[in-house]
Design a protein around this ligand. Structure first.
Ligand SMILES: Nc1ncnc2c1ncn2[C@@H]1O[C@H](COP(=O)(O)OP(=O)(O)O)[C@@H](O)[C@H]1O
Ligand SMILES: [Mg+2]
Length: 617
């Protein structure tokens, strides 16, 4: 066959192959056009999962009669006119290809009345042929109808899935668009029945209600609000608490200048920010909006525009990581609801005195939606304990098995009652220990249950990390150096990383082909099984050490150490020890969940207890 230029219709069909994969892709292109046209209200009507009809109606700016034919021509757009415009594009569309593509693979009709014109016009495209414009009835705005999608592309039509599946894709797509356009009224119907009605949100609470429509009614009570601005970047939205993580990454929405994207840099920064508080293999829930100068991000990377390229990748990564890391640090016990299996109430919020200016991360208000408090009306609990010298909880769990007295700096109140006039601390005062595993405490709201091993493990871990950062991790000489037999690889790892381990307070050296000698351990870990601890740390180093940098491993290693140094479930505690643990939890960042993302405590409010006993019915 000689070389020939392709007919325009075929060019459009080829282009359609890239972006029009299924009915939901048509809905995406049409609704994004409505958004670009400034619509305040968008109605989407679907029949038979979109394979029979997709109709999108908006009240946007419309298209003037003399531009109707251009709207469906390929490479024709009103959104950019030069390379310069492309560099700073702020609209969803800019390729001028969508309508040309869609109209080449379906029976297509466009009716529009442009603002300022007193009549509406309609054009139809059938089998790629554009019909003459005809007068029509239509309020200001645009309606596009797409019938019999892929009627002329049998290969594609064959790949359409069940009606229900295709409709679910459309619903998902619309939800993701709706999250980013909280001010737009969006309605969806299927086969004549209304399915989704997303009312415009005028304030933050309405916005959160809309988010709850998409992510479920529990989300507001299990998330933190994020809003941080620096260096021309702004990150806002909501991040799910670690304890509300999921087994799949199916509720993760990240928008760059209002566009939902999947990005490696972003994914990595988020993963790192959660690394410390999430169980391996769990996925956080989030809705996050990154806003930056359009010049700083290239959106012309992928035909479906689902990818972007940041000009300053490092800066973006660090900004995201820092902001989220800081937000998640607030998941200290007593601050956020620990979402266990059963029903769990919330304690309230604590002022975030230690975060940088311009940063807010507050506990989102609790369901039910009607009861969401107004901004600023959330109960504030004073964390008086934070200013007081803390009882050194770790020292309470020294090498001796008997319960020592708490240090003098903290005195438990007599018979457990709150000091007269003083505030009850968020986690309250200990009452008893249950099965030597759980601590029972009473606070203002009712009963608090604490998993003592999980809680102490987190506290020790945070201390080890802080000690490392501030380089004042005290270590303690062993009376008799301890020789331990290890594998050759572990001995090699000990030799290789001796300096770094020494910085963490674990001082050891290789003593032969398969032996090490431990001389010092971190004071915090006093009482731990040193041989086992050392084997575990070296085992981890030997396993990952060569392929992963030590800094990357650091938190895992510290976490291993923390586990060994923590009070075991099954140990009997005295009331003062239990109270000391509660106070330390309140003062420790991220103490709301253990190192694996499981909750360390739950609150059972009086109301919930009453319900258990059918009181007040
Ligand atoms: N719903 C709408 N309201 C107003 N104008 C529209 C609408 N849909 C499409 N248009 C016009 O048609 C043009 C072509 O649309 P499209 O093929 O999606 O390309 P792009 O969105 O990349 O510009 C747009 O630039 C816009 O001017
Ligand atoms: Mg478009």
């Amino acid at each position: 066959m000689p070389i020939r230029p392709l007919p325009p219709e075929l060019i459009n069909q080829i282009a359609a192959g890239e972006v029009i994969e299924r009915p939901a892709s048509v809905v995406k292109e049409l609704v994004e056009n409505s958004i670009d046209a400034g619509a305040r209200r968008i109605e989407v009507d679907i029949e038979q999962g979109g394979s029979r009809l997709i109709r999108v109606r908006d009240d946007g700016g419309g298209i003037p009669r003399d531009e109707l034919a251009l709207a469906v021509a390929s490479h024709a757009t009103s959104k950019i006119g030069s390379f310069d415009d492309l560099e700073r594009v702020a609209s969803m569309g800019f390729r001028g290809e969508a309508l040309a593509s869609v109209s080449s693979v379906a029976r297509f009709a466009l009716t529009s009345r442009s603002t300022g014109e007193d009549a509406a016009w309609r054009i139809e495209v059938d089998g790629g042929r554009l019909q003459e414009a005809r007068p029509a009835q239509h309020p200001p705005g645009t309606t596009i109808e797409v019938r019999d999608l892929f009627y002329n592309v049998p290969a594609r039509r064959k790949f359409l899935r069940a009606e229900r599946t295709e409709f679910a894709h459309i619903d998902d797509l619309l939800k993701s668009l709706a999250l980013a356009r909280e001010g737009v009224d969006i309605r969806l119907s299927h086969n004549g029945k209304p399915v989704r009605l997303l009312k415009p949100a005028r304030d933050e609470h309405a916005a959160l209600a809309r988010v709850a429509e998409v992510l479920g009614p529990e989300f507001p009570g299990q998330s933190l609000r994020v809003d941080h601005e620096a260096a021309g970047l702004r990150l806002s939205g909501w991040v799910g608490l670690p304890t509300a993580s999921r087994s799949q990454a199916d509720q993760q929405y990240f928008y760059v200048n209002g566009r939902l994207v999947r990005d490696r840099i972003v994914a990595h920064a988020v993963r790192q920010a959660y690394a410390d508080v999430l169980f391996h293999g769990r996925h956080p829930v989030f809705v996050l909006f990154l806003t930056l100068d359009p010049v700083g991000v290239d959106v012309n990377v992928h035909p479906a525009k689902s990818e972007v390229r940041f000009r300053e990748q490092r800066l973006i990564h660090d900004f995201l990581f820092r902001t989220l890391h800081e937000a998640l640090a607030q998941t200290r016990a007593g601050v956020a609801a620990a979402a266990g299996e059963g029903s769990v109430a919330m304690v309230g919020t604590v002022g975030s005195g230690f975060v940088q200016p311009g940063f807010t991360a507050t506990q989102s208000s609790a369901p039910p939606m009607a009861a969401w408090p107004q901004a600023g009306s959330q109960s504030r609990l004073t964390l008086g304990v934070r200013d007081e010298p803390l009882a050194g909880y770790a020292t309470l769990f020294g090498s001796t098995a008997s319960a020592p007295r708490p240090s003098t700096s903290w005195t438990p109140p007599a018979d457990n009652e709150p000091e007269s006039g003083g505030d009850v601390p968020p986690l309250g005062y200990a009452i008893a220990q249950l099965k030597n595993i759980y601590v029972l405490a009473e606070n203002e709201h009712g009963m608090v249950l604490v998993d003592m091993h999980a809680a102490h493990e987190r506290i020790t871990y945070e201390k080890l990390k802080n000690g490392r950062v501030t380089a004042n991790l005290r270590s303690q000489m062993l009376l008799v150096p301890l020789s331990i037999a290890v594998s050759a690889r572990e001995a090699a790892a000990a030799e290789e990383h001796a300096d770094a381990l020494g910085e963490w307070g674990l001082e050891l050296s290789r003593s032969g082909p398969s032996g090490v000698v431990v001389r010092r351990i971190p004071s915090l870990l006093e009482g731990a099984d040193v041989a086992q601890l050392t084997r575990d740390v070296l085992g981890e180093l030997a396993q990952h050490g060569s392929s992963r940098r030590l800094e990357e491993l650091e938190n895992e290693l510290l976490s291993t150490m923390a586990c060994h140094g923590s009070v075991r479930a099954g140990r009997r505690l005295g009331i003062p020890e239990m109270n000391a643990l509660l106070r330390e939890m309140e003062a420790t960042e991220r103490s709301g969940q253990c190192n694996h993302g499981r909750p360390t405590w739950v609150q059972l409010s009086l109301g919930e207890l009453d319900r258990l006993f059918l009181r007040g019915r």
